[in-house]
Design a protein around this ligand. Structure first.
Ligand code: GDP
Length: 354
């Protein structure tokens, strides 16, 4: 199994290699909104990549351009399926996406793979990094692979990923995979932006449920026991049964869909086509009973609240009066001269007056 550090690096290192050079050449010149839009709508992956860099930028001028771009792209978002994939480092996420991705491309889909990793300290330059996994997929015309956005908070990284989804959909990518390295709360963030949630687990890694948080298992529409090959096949089948039994004890899902548990081998391409049929069945099932659209609407509502929370927080911390008094109030709180409640109240009052 890889260490977490290596895994993080590898998620950050994904980028279609043939885009790197063009990207490096083109990024020097700033594009206009209509150049961005033309590029995105024609499915130009270099311009799409630049547009995502724009939405990741902190510079106010870029932020306002990015907002305009996102609004324009929203009008062009076509029918898509968004799939979240999670699992511990080393479970085989990259290998799985590589294999599934090729299957999808062969079926005529266009696939975008985005990653969410709030722990990665990706600098602007490192998206051009050398390490590329999913090698075949990265070279495919019909695939777009993008590393996790940099950011110090999960909220920030998640927002950028959601915006990137909109741009990718406008660029004609009908299948979106959002991968997370499975640390902390990132699964919940991914779950709040996808239609289908896939949990990859390892066969027979000791006791059943492998210490994977119950909450994550509960979110899964499909659990796939990967590496069900060679000696591990039997163990994988045992794990599949254990999870099937465990899922029976869970309350029914909101969608009415009964979560499935299967085995697969990403490395030897076994069970991958079956997994895709399950995704398609899910989409049909949830489209028919209205859940698909309802969930997207609920997610939009959720993100409205998230954006407001984040926007208010930014306004607060950037507020002149708050910044002027921050140190003093913080010191008083730390020295226990005033309570944290009182300190917060004072700063909030300053903010509201300012
Ligand atoms: P990630 O950290 O979850 O992205 O995992 P990787 O895709 O990098 O896989 C970790 C290791 O497991 C690599 O050495 C893969 O070759 C191996 N691996 C992935 N899938 C399978 C599989 O289905 N069977 C076997 N035997 N090995 C696999």
């Amino acid at each position: 199994m890889e260490s977490k550090d290596q895994s993080n690096k590898s998620v950050s290192g994904h980028l279609n290699p043939d885009l790197k050079k063009q990207f490096a050449n083109q990024r020097r010149r700033e594009l206009s909104i209509s150049e961005y839009m033309d590029g995105i709508l024609s499915g130009d992956r270099v311009i799409l990549s630049q547009a995502i860099t724009l939405i990741e930028s902190k510079r106010p001028v870029h932020r306002s351009l990015a907002k305009e771009l996102i609004e324009k792209c929203l009008a062009h978002s076509a029918r898509s399926i968004r799939i979240g994939i999670t699992g511990t480092p080393g479970v085989g996420k990259s290998t799985f996406i590589e294999t599934l991705g090729q299957h999808l491309i062969a079926e005529g889909h266009r696939l975008a793979v985005l990653a969410i990793d709030p722990t990665s300290q990706v600098s602007k330059g490192s998206i051009l990094g050398d390490k590329t996994r999913m090698g075949k997929l990265a070279n495919a015309e019909a695939a777009f692979i993008r590393p996790s956005a940099a950011g110090d908070s999960l909220g920030g990284v998640a927002r950028k990923t959601r915006e990137a989804i909109i741009l990718c959909e406008a660029a004609g990518f009908d299948t979106l995979i959002i991968e997370t390295v499975g640390v902390g709360q990132s699964e919940t963030a991914v779950h709040s932006m996808v239609d289908f949630f896939l949990l990859l687990i390892l066969p027979g890694a000791g006791d059943e449920l492998q210490g994977i948080k119950r909450g994550i298992v509960e979110m899964a529409d499909l659990i796939a026991v990967n590496k069900a090959d060679g000696e591990r096949e039997k163990l994988a089948k045992q794990a599949r049964q254990a999870y099937r039994n465990a899922l029976h004890l869970f309350p029914p899902t909101e969608s009415g869909w009964v979560p499935k548990v299967v085995t697969c081998s990403a490395l030897s391409n076994m069970g991958i086509a079956e997994i895709w049929s399950i995704v398609e069945n899910y989409q049909k099932f949830c489209t028919k009973n209205g859940f698909f659209e309802r969930r997207r609407s609920e997610q939009a509502g959720f993100w409205l609240r998230e954006h407001i929370d984040q926007g208010l927080r930014e306004l607060f911390y950037e507020n002149k009066a708050v910044r002027e008094h921050w140190k003093k109030v913080e010191e008083m709180v730390e020295k226990r001269k005033i309570s944290s409640f009182k300190g917060a109240e004072e700063l909030l009052e300053l903010f509201l007056k300012g």
